[in-house]
Design a protein around this ligand. Structure first.
Ligand code: AOS
Ligand code: ZN
Ligand code: ZN
Length: 424
């Protein structure tokens, strides 16, 4: 299904007076609003192909119905949310969960929906049918060279497919690690992983980037071989200029100061991109901004400060991607909420009075520093984000229109009530 332009227009017209009143107020309060809006229009967030179906846990999975059954249907789903919010203009694919023989056809479809191909994701955390060696005890770190070779070959195959799609980055997330003390020789595991990554790195095309994602724990519960930003940065530095650290917000030990991590990685020119999500306890894939919106704002505050200091373009300088999984929500509604939360945090961070903050920092005026940040965080930025969306042809209220148009009901009618998205 596709949403028609007249449906978006009718919805927007209905909300026009209310929006205008709220936007006029926001514009009068914030003189830099036009500058912010042009940045928001540029800013696009990559949607992971695996977030379009219900995730589930090891205790069960409750399908919501109407889930995409093919790569084409996944692209159509992202096309729907992009039509509504005009900020989801990229897709991040996963191999082998996303399969096609017709790269040109998939590219045409993505192009039709205004989507580009963000970082490719490899998978050496599951065994695939017919695979010679098992990843039960790791992949790139494995004690057996034959297993490592198989995992390297898979990553090189993902690069090859990425080239066919027109992507320009590979994200490597490894489940590698150990479950019990003594199981693994940490040094050898690191060295094996490095050697394996070197071979993958050597296969990167000219303009490609390699993102090394870290995660504190799960599925291994004692050690993870790329367990934190220090380990990821060690790999990235040893590999070379095309290698970067990827920060997934849900992959830290409790209370980690992610904004400080981000600031320093950016300073070192080694921050490659993001997997946005939120977490309360151990789960790493909750809706962005649903638990700790202030943290999300503080992260954007550091990102903007660091990118501006280095002259990095906000929209294109880093890989902005969501990594999410939903057990009880309609995945498309959840993604709309995540993108909205990201846009709001970005806008609020753009509203920070940076000159005043620099002066207050210089004067050690701690109270003033906090006031400046919280003034921006407590600003209602919704009308500004909405104005940017309207100017791009999106819907005033994407989630409300999604429900009014009964998008999920129509997807269920077209695809069936008992669908399982390919992959998970
Ligand atoms: C796993 O926890 C990581 O967040 C991965 O980035 C991702 O969820 C996985 O690669 C799914 O494909
Ligand atoms: Zn991730
Ligand atoms: Zn994760």
């Amino acid at each position: 299904m596709e949403i028609e332009k007249y449906q978006i227009d009718a919805h927007n017209q209905e909300l026009e007076t209310e929006h205008q009143r709220r936007f006029d107020f926001a514009a009068a309060e914030n003189p830099q609003v036009e500058n912010i809006i042009s940045k928001l229009i540029q800013f696009q967030i990559g949607i992971p192909s695996w977030a379009l179906g219900t995730g589930g846990t090891r205790f069960g999975r409750f399908s919501g119905g109407g889930e995409p059954r093919s790569l084409e249907e996944k692209i159509e789903d992202i096309g729907l949310i992009h039509q509504l919010n005009q900020s989801s203009g990229a897709v991040s694919l996963h191999i082998p969960w996303d399969k096609t023989e017709d790269y040109e056809g998939v590219k045409r479809l993505a192009n039709h929906h205004g989507l580009r191909f963000d970082a490719m994701n490899s998978n050496t955390f599951q065994d695939q049918p017919g695979q010679a060696h098992s990843y039960k005890f790791g992949s790139l770190q494995h004690v057996n060279k034959a297993v490592r070779k198989q995992a390297i070959a898979h990553n090189i195959e993902v690069i090859r497919q990425g080239v066919a799609f027109g992507s320009d980055a590979l994200t490597v997330w490894l489940a590698d690690g150990s479950c019990f003390p003594g199981q693994l020789n940490f040094r050898k595991a690191f060295q094996n992983t490095l050697e394996s990554l070197e071979e993958i790195y050597a296969a990167l095309p000219e303009k490609w980037k390699l993102f090394v994602e870290y995660k504190a724990f799960e599925p291994n519960f004692y050690s993870t071989t790329v367990g934190d930003w220090g380990q990821s940065l060690l790999f990235a530095n040893k590999l070379g200029p095309k290698a970067y650290t990827l920060v997934d917000l849900g992959h830290h030990l409790p209370n980690a100061n992610i904004e400080q991590i981000v600031s320093l990685l950016l300073m070192e020119g080694k921050l490659g991109g993001f997997h946005f999500n939120d977490s309360k306890y151990g789960d790493d894939d909750l809706t962005a901004g649903s638990m700790k919106p202030y943290q999300l704002f503080l992260i954007f505050n550091e990102l903007i400060e660091g990118m501006d200091a280095k002259g990095i373009d906000h929209a294109t300088g880093l890989g902005w991607m969501i990594d999410a999984s939903h057990n009880v929500k309609d995945p498309l509604e959840d993604l709309l909420q995540s993108v909205e939360a990201i846009m709001l945090a970005y806008t609020q961070a753009l509203l920070v009075d940076k000159e005043a903050l620099a002066v207050a920092q210089q004067e050690n005026d701690t109270v003033k520093c906090q006031e400046i940040l919280q003034y921006a965080f407590r600003t209602d930025a919704r009308a500004i984000v909405q104005e940017a969306r309207l100017r791009s042809g999106g819907a005033a209220k994407p989630l409300a229109l999604y429900r009014t148009l009964k998008v999920r009901e129509k997807l269920i009618a077209a695809r069936g009530a008992k669908t399982i998205a390919t992959g998970l």
